[in-house]
Ligand binder design. Sequence first.
Ligand SMILES: *[C@@H]1O[C@H](CO)[C@@H](O)[C@H](O)[C@H]1NC(C)=O
Ligand SMILES: *[C@@H]1O[C@H](CO)[C@@H](O)[C@H](O)[C@H]1NC(C)=O
Length: 617
Amino acid sequence: MFGRTNSLTRRDAILLLIGATSLHVWNLFFPQYFPSSPPTFDVDAFNAGTRHVVAPKVITQKQTYTETLERTATTTATVVTTIAPAPTSLAISPHDTLPSTEVLAHAPGWTLFRNLYMSNGTLIIVTDENGKSKLPPIRMMASVSLEAVNSPENIAAREPNQYTMDIIDPQEASKRWTSPSEGDSGKVFNRVWTVEGSTFLVWDPVQFLRHYFHFVAELFFGLQAFWHGAWSQPIPHSSNPDSAHFSTSHPSPPPIDRVIFAYSNANGWRDDPGFNRYFLRAAFPSMTVEHEEDWQDRVVITRPTTGSPEKAFHFPLVVVADRSASHRGVICGTQVQRTASEAWDLMRQRGKLMGIHVGGWWAPIREAIWRFAGAEAAWKGLGSRRRQDVHQEAWKFSDDKSGLPGMDEPLPTDKSKIVDIGREHQKHLSMPEKIVISYISRQTARTRRLAEEDHNAMVRAVKQLVSRKNDERRKVIDALENDIAKRPNFESHKVPLEWEFQELIAERMTKDEQIRQAARTTILLGLHGNGLTHLVFMDPNQFSTVIELFYPGGFAHDYYWTSRSLGMTHMAVWNDSHTSFPQKPEIGYPDGFHGWSIPVHGPYIAQVIEDRVSGKL
Ligand SMILES: *[C@@H]1O[C@H](CO)[C@@H](O)[C@H](O)[C@H]1NC(C)=O
Ligand SMILES: *[C@@H]1O[C@H](CO)[C@@H](O)[C@H](O)[C@H]1NC(C)=O
């Protein structure tokens, strides 16, 4: 009721103020009146995506104790304190025994812990021998956070050591961080401070954080796959287009309260064009951001000194992301070099990647960014087209505190029972309203440009294609209008879609404009480069395609993996040939890859686009 403040009249507000104030004062005098039991999660509200802790029954109390008014001497701040939701109950209180650490979900470089500790900068797992035997190897969870270069010395130096992550047993934890209480209550008194709520702990150095692609389409893309997947109930594999795997409507996971960039200062994750901050603040408006300096505060004050008792911080729920550890995984390390792929594939294999064929697990973020940018996609067609009501009952987020749903069951041995993405699924997606071709030009960039005459010829060829398609459409419409005039009972006819071409020069557009254009794009065309990151804000449909131009013989996985992971088609073009999944070229950066005279045969691009939309490709 307090959330809807706009429904309060002025008089109500004043009453409330008086009441809450008196409550506070009453509480000061008679603190024992209000039970001090910790507030509990309201599970339904939790599932609905908003953390909401049931507020104390302030109204009732207020009415009862307004007579204490004469004792008040307080400010509005008191009112806020009284009616605001209380913090969550996940904190360890001074007499609690220390809960053991559990790994709730793990993929190389992505680990969700319950009850992780930190002292002097070391992440500490508290567990007994039995728990220890179930842990993933430390090197798959954390590394020494150093800039990565591909040399044996650097690879060795990034291997975790005793100060990166450590495992201790509960007796040791108790010896380090607790003392017996006075008297013979048998209780302990601990020196552990909880960092409440959920935390995303980014263990990576600055090296890759400062790039729009790596920050958005790797770090937070992987986090979303991992976090959204972790809390979701698995859905069995089905090719039925009514399956929830084709829906973007799923409950939100619990919020992530803070991100800690443990090895980056405030400048370290902000890219020059400013897309990272745009993304972070729009997608996670409530998330607190901490940096290296903040982390160091926690490190330094828990550094043991002789003569002082040891202390630790406690993280009730934390995802630790570590780039180097992801690269030790098979998929990231040997197949696609995308850290997000490890998180994504773990959840895919377990059937927990909601709406996998349309990037449903990513939709909450995509839609938040659309709304922020004012993109039409944010409010258009979110109803019927997305099969909103289908299978709502089939799954929900886990409210089970004992573990995450579907994480421990063995995977089906029959691969055909495991959900995967592919063109056959994309065929079931909705039709676009219009074929919008967006060409992200790099002709003003410092590196990687098309040969100028090839760029011009390609733009000409695609424009010709678009106007030919629109002429064809015009003819069909004219003929129909003619026919309808002559024969009113004319049967329903298929009017071809309208086409549109846009050449985009990012520097000349606002961020909002860029996102709005991405959201309405069917075919994203451009040279390999950061601008293609916008593909994560496309709205996947039957024809959604990313056409990535490379210097002949060159290839990188960035946009290839990312397009596919959202259920879209990716085509890699080398001048006048292309390849697309399941063919995958070898990674290559031949001379000329970053040059200013990358060739492309314009008419070939126009043909590829036409064939893709006609279904030939
Ligand atoms: C604290 O951690 C550092 C490594 O970061 C280590 O060199 C030092 O010995 C540790 N201090 C204690 C008292 O353990
Ligand atoms: C690109 O393709 C066109 C058309 O096949 C061809 O004429 C041209 O020589 C090719 N350019 C390069 C650099 O391979």
